[in-house]
Design a protein around this ligand. Structure first.
Ligand SMILES: [Zn+2]
Length: 755
């Protein structure tokens, strides 16, 4: 905490510069400390005398190019293949260490590229915990030479939406069709082919994929040839990529249809299952316009001649920016004018803008290591609003940014379980953990702040020079600061690096208090914390733009049962049922939700039937059903969703709890009673289960509930204490608020005669 006394300084400037340089005690951490590499020799066991014992790969070998063949068998859920990697030997070494996870290796062959001499492999081993393959050689590799590393492997196509995974959809005729897709970010490329799976180890990739004749295959680049390899199978060969990171490699084997459109740099194609192909036009058009827009905005051409987008059914994340082959969760990328809401439309554009902007931020220039993930995600999250504004100029997108991005980031950052935007991370388990609100939303908020300080012209110029300088390579936050002028002319004596590092290297927000006494102004600042486990402070919610408040208040009027609103919902529902009214996509969710809440069996059965017959509005209808006030019905919804093969419905119901707060205890019992099935449904991946606790925690408010949740998390979610504290803090906040304000509030309500 620092206290400064200023005089004769205009107050407005003082506030700005204080808000921009948070001078809390610095806690910079040196990420290099956690990256020391060492070779451990186990002297008494001759047969395992080499052993690399670090999660990071040694830096002796640099991969240059990969040629890979993948042969999937969708029916048996298995695949086989080989990879041929050209590697430059930077420093002589007697062993090769690369990544491999859950693969069975059948052969390893190495030879010098130019000399054609074979290199004898003494032995190799797989280290499951490090997710590495370690190859010991008879003679050390010659420094400065190039080697070819050929590995044959087989693997299992899993169903957990990670690595190379299997998913499916039903045709109109109710036939199940299989497809396979990939999700390699952050550390799953290694589970599809052995590779040097670190973002800075960029290389070129050429893929060959063998697929059934009635399927197509897709890769990051365009197909250059195909040839029959058997009666039923064809091998597609794709063009060589530019230099890129392994986590951005992607491929899909499916039987989808496509629609295409020309952009300035080439062709854009959107693929979808046949029965929704007519709903991809808006996504296709948005992609083309955004690609053209960003090419101009960044002043760098998109380097591929094709940009494919695929609507993947059952994909867990909403979108993945693989270079040239963006994959989207099918629900979010299809749009139907007569059935989709305005919100669906805005979300689609924002999502597409996010993934398309990544083609530059993340793909062309990649963070050196995952601790700078915010360089990818913070930028994509900010720039997506700029891109979306280009497509939807009428939409109040920057107000939505304040409401959807800045405020949630501030709320999370006010908990002492927060973390700095840039924090050291090594273990793959923790790499997945930092794909959170702080990285995306605080990162984006800081970038917006930087633009406001620097001015748009300086900001845009700096972005262009940063992208240009580091294209096809990696960068760190220091490279970004270096792209800005050392001193910003707009605000004197403000150094970009110094200013930004107070925000990026330490967690939290500054609370600035200003007292003015005549011409003297006293300022003090300290970290703003809602709960620091020792002292409780006041929390003043931020004010929001009026129209957003109105949007928030409308459902409140229904929730509180204002008679004229309830009547409108019920009347509208009856008219829809007897065919005398057609609702707009924006009205439909409100009418369905409150028909379920205030109606009886008739309304419930009608909406249930809609769920069975309407695929395109499934999310809206399912969310409406969560508005029921009847425990048995709510329980039935959970039970049905849990028995489905994909967790999509279950996820939606569990996260909709805010709509039906009185179901919190029921939902909590359901989770506890069905925990092993729940784990199974979410593929035993803790980070996918975590989001289901947050809505619960926001409704819990007693010490008993706190203890119950704490015991449960401590027993069943042992992967991260920090994230457990983060969830529990929400309950603590409610308990504190109630103990402090309940009495006052009741008195006030009594005085207003509202009780
Ligand atoms: Zn992203």
């Amino acid at each position: 905490m620092t206290t400064q006394i200023f005089s004769q300084i205009p107050l407005c400037l003082l506030v700005i510069s204080l808000a921009l340089t948070s001078t809390l005690s610095k806690q910079p951490s040196d990420p290099r400390n956690s990256r020391c590499h060492f070779l451990r020799k186990i002297a008494d066991k001759e047969d395992i005398k080499f052993c690399w014992n670090d999660l990071r790969l040694p830096k002796d070998l640099i991969p240059q190019s990969y040629e890979v063949l993948i042969l999937p068998d969708l029916q048996k859920s298995t695949f086989s293949g080989w990879s041929n990697v050209e590697v430059t030997v930077k420093k002589s070494t007697g062993s090769i260490v690369l990544h491999s996870k859950n693969l069975t290796i059948s052969s390893v062959n190495i030879r010098y590229k130019d000399l054609n001499d074979a290199v004898t492999v003494k032995k190799w081993r797989l280290d499951e915990s490090l997710e590495q393959m370690q190859v010991e050689l008879s003679t050390p590799l010659v420094a400065g030479s190039s080697i070819l590393l050929n590995i044959s492997f087989t693997g299992v196509i899993k169903t957990d939406s990670l690595g190379f995974y299997l998913t499916s959809y039903k045709t109109k005729e109710n036939v199940v069709r299989l497809l396979a897709a990939t999700q390699f970010q952050p550390t799953e490329a290694r589970s599809a082919f052995p590779c040097f799976d670190e973002p800075h180890m960029k290389a070129t990739f050429q893929f060959n994929i063998i697929r059934p004749n009635d399927y197509i295959s897709l890769f990051n680049t365009e197909k250059i040839s195909e040839k029959a390899v058997s009666m039923n199978e064809t091998m597609d060969t794709f063009n060589i990529t530019v230099k890129m990171s392994t986590y951005l490699v992607a491929f899909v084997v499916c039987d989808f249809l496509s629609k295409s459109q020309m952009s300035k740099s080439g062709v854009n194609v959107v693929y979808s299952k046949p029965d929704t192909i007519d709903n991809v036009d808006f996504a296709l058009d948005s992609t083309t316009r955004l690609l053209d827009y960003f090419e101009e905005f960044f002043a760098i051409r998109y380097p591929f001649t094709i940009l494919d987008s695929v609507a993947v059914p059952g994909m867990f994340s909403n979108g993945m920016e693989n270079w040239g082959l963006i994959l989207y969760s099918a629900n979010y990328i299809t749009y139907n004018e007569s059935a989709s809401t305005q919100h669906d439309k805005t979300y689609l554009v924002v999502l597409v803008a996010h993934e398309v902007s990544h083609q530059w931020f993340g793909n062309l220039v990649t963070m050196e290591w995952w601790d700078d993930l915010w360089l990818n995600e913070g930028f994509a999250t900010y720039i997506m609003y700029i891109g979306a504004k280009h497509i939807l100029p009428e939409s109040p997108l920057m107000e939505i940014f304040a409401f959807n991005v800045i405020e949630p980031a501030m709320a999370d950052d006010s908990l002492d379980s927060s973390h700095p935007v840039i924090s050291p991370v090594n273990n793959p388990k923790y790499i997945s953990e930092i794909f959170d609100l702080i990285t995306y939303y605080k990162g984006a908020s800081l970038i917006r702040m930087l633009e406001n300080v620097a001015g748009s012209d300086v900001f845009n110029e700096a972005l262009r020079s940063y992208l240009h300088k580091h294209q096809y390579a990696t960068a760190t936050h220091d490279d970004l600061w270096a792209a800005f002028p050392r001193q910003l002319s707009k605000v004197a004596d403000l150094n970009v690096k110094e200013m930004m590092e107070t925000w990026t290297l330490q967690m939290g927000l500054p609370l600035v208090t200003i007292n003015r006494d005549g011409r003297h102004v006293t300022c003090s600042q300290k970290r703003f914390v809602i709960i620091d486990h020792s002292e409780i402070r006041d929390f003043q919610p931020e004010s929001s733009p009026f129209k957003l408040i109105r949007n928030e208040l409308l459902p409140l009027a229904f929730d509180l049962g204002f008679p004229e609103y309830v009547k409108w919902a019920r009347d509208s529902f009856q008219k829809v049922k007897n065919g005398s009214l057609v609702l707009t996509p924006n009205q439909e969710p409100i009418v369905l939700k409150y028909a379920v809440r205030y109606g009886g069996e008739e309304e419930w059965n009608h909406v249930m039937n809609l769920l069975k017959t309407s695929q395109s509005r499934r999310t809206v209808i399912l969310e409406a059903l969560t508005f029921t006030n009847e425990s048995s019905k709510f329980n039935g919804l959970l039970e049905t969703a849990l028995s489905k093969p994909s967790p999509g419905d279950l996820h939606l119901i569990l996260r909709s709890l805010k709509n039906s707060p009185n179901m919190a205890q029921l939902q909590w019992s359901f989770i506890k009673n069905n925990w092993s099935r729940m784990r199974c449904a979410f593929h035993n991946i803790p980070r996918r289960l975590r989001p289901i606790f947050k809505p619960l925690a926001s409704l819990f408010r007693t010490e008993d509930q706190y203890d119950d949740l704490k015991t449960f998390l401590g027993t069943h979610m042992k992967d991260s204490d920090r994230l457990n504290i983060y969830i529990l803090d929400a309950v603590q906040m409610n308990i504190n608020w109630l103990s402090k304000s309940q009495k006052q509030l009741v008195q006030w309500l009594n005085a207003q005669s509202l009780r």
